[in-house]
Design a protein around this ligand. Structure first.
Ligand SMILES: Nc1nc2c(ncn2[C@@H]2O[C@H](COP(=O)(O)OP(=O)(O)OP(=O)(O)O)[C@@H](O)[C@H]2O)c(=O)[nH]1
Ligand SMILES: [Mg+2]
Ligand SMILES: [Zn+2]
Ligand SMILES: [Zn+2]
Length: 386
């Protein structure tokens, strides 16, 4: 199903975002620190694009393929296989505190695993496995909302592989997918600390920005919605930011990207910007919200059609732009349209319905969470547009 065009893509270290190839990686025959030693790839390894094998006499791993690696530039651990994927994608979620970033990314990964598409999602490292397991357990089993993301430190990237299992050939096409989920507090004021620099680097290096917008910050929505739904759907202790802050956040974000990618001030940033309106379950049937007959409230067609359904996405984009215009939020849309060349608006509900008074979740039924990812895959020509 993947439609890979030939040619090789740049591989970047997911931690420092520098371009990497064989020479930029240190390979080790073992994961543990004590007896491990560096193993250099031979010319044949490089040529055949395969991992080196430990040949050291008396090493207990003699004859085995290396099992650990790190980036020579930043020293961070890398999955040894990182160089060998067919395609490389990355997404970075930005948005004010409590906008629903972590809830969204948790259900996104889960939905991708069980989408019914012929894809297999695999974690590339132990950190990603553990993070996904605890996130999924928390939301799907224990049924709690995720805790607020820790601010003041750069997020650890999640490293995933998507295997395309649709064709029964020997070589399965693979796509590396890196996901960054930062703390809203940090996105709101990117400053000059080391962590901020790292966050700015992620923002600049990512293929698609997920700009997460919380509709429950809009005064017109707040006055219509039931107070208990509003309370349950806000990260109360952390959430104070008004939508006006979103405009300044987008502006400073765009300036950071322009600065670090050397893009002239008047030039649109050539990158996919997906605006994701979260918590749309709370907007169902409120005055000024979305009726049950609207496209956005209907089931997403993309996974079923095994491609990106352009007409559906354009309809949803229109419906939300209308909604934001009715809410008087044209400044937000204008700011994004002025800064990015490819903008598409999406609406999702990570949980399918609001949490209860105690912030516990009913059975989780995510709504349209895969849509933004399908858009990115389609614009990268990895899946067809239908
Ligand atoms: N009704 C509803 N509420 C949601 C949904 N997703 C998230 N929420 C609410 O939003 C709160 C914050 O969600 P998080 O995912 O932690 O938000 P975040 O953007 O990661 O916040 P920070 O990590 O602080 O930046 C949750 O505690 C829920 O109350 C949803 O799909 N529907
Ligand atoms: Mg979070
Ligand atoms: Zn690095
Ligand atoms: Zn060895």
């Amino acid at each position: 199903m993947f439609d890979f065009f030939s040619g090789t893509e740049d591989v970047v270290c997911p931690h420092c975002l520098r371009k990497i190839s064989f020479g930029d990686i240190r390979f080790y025959c073992e994961t543990g620190d004590e007896r491990r030693h560096e193993v250099s790839p031979t010319l044949a390894d490089r040529f055949k694009k395969r991992l080196p094998v430990c040949r050291r006499n008396f090493c207990q791993n003699n004859g085995l393929t290396v099992s650990a690696a790190e980036c020579r530039h930043c020293g961070e651990p890398l999955p040894p296989q990182i160089l060998f994927h067919d395609r490389y994608l990355s997404v970075c979620a930005v948005g004010v505190a409590g906008a629903g970033k972590s809830s969204y990314l948790t259900t996104l990964v889960h939905e991708l695993k069980y989408s019914g598409l012929p894809w297999v999602l695999q974690a590339m490292d132990v950190e990603t496995t553990e993070l996904a397991q605890s996130g999924e357990y928390n939301v799907y089993e224990a049924r709690h909302c995720p805790a607020g993301t820790k601010s003041g430190e750069a997020p650890r990237p999640q490293l995933w592989t998507i295997l395309d299992n649709s064709e029964k050939t020997d070589k399965i096409p693979t796509c590396a997918l890196t996901i960054y989920d930062g703390a809203g507090e940090d996105c709101e004021h990117i400053g000059y600390t080391a962590a901020d620099k790292q966050i700015a680097r992620y923002l600049s290096g990512t293929k698609m920005l997920l700009i997460i917008f919380d509709p429950l910050l809009l005064p017109g929505v707040r006055s219509e919605i039931l107070p208990e739904v509003l309370n349950a759907s806000m990260a109360i202790e952390r959430q104070t930011s008004a939508p006006a802050n979103m405009v300044s956040m987008i502006n400073s974000l765009a300036n950071y990207i322009r600065g670090s990618c050397n893009i002239a001030p008047g030039k649109r940033i050539d990158r996919n910007a997906a605006i994701v309106i979260t918590k749309i379950d709370a907007l169902r049937d409120i005055a000024g919200g979305f009726g049950s007959s609207s496209t956005i409230m209907k089931e997403s067609p993309h996974a079923k059609m095994r491609g990106f359904v352009q007409s559906d996405s354009e309809m949803v984009d229109l419906e939300i732009r209308d909604f934001l215009t009715r809410q008087g939020e044209t400044a937000f849309l204008d700011t994004i349209d002025a800064n990015f060349s490819r903008v598409r608006v999406f609406g999702v509900s990570s949980f399918g319905r609001p949490p209860d008074q105690n912030k516990r979740l009913a059975k989780v039924h995510p709504h349209r969470v895969l849509d933004p990812l399908m858009w990115m895959l389609a614009s990268e020509k990895i899946i067809p547009t239908v």
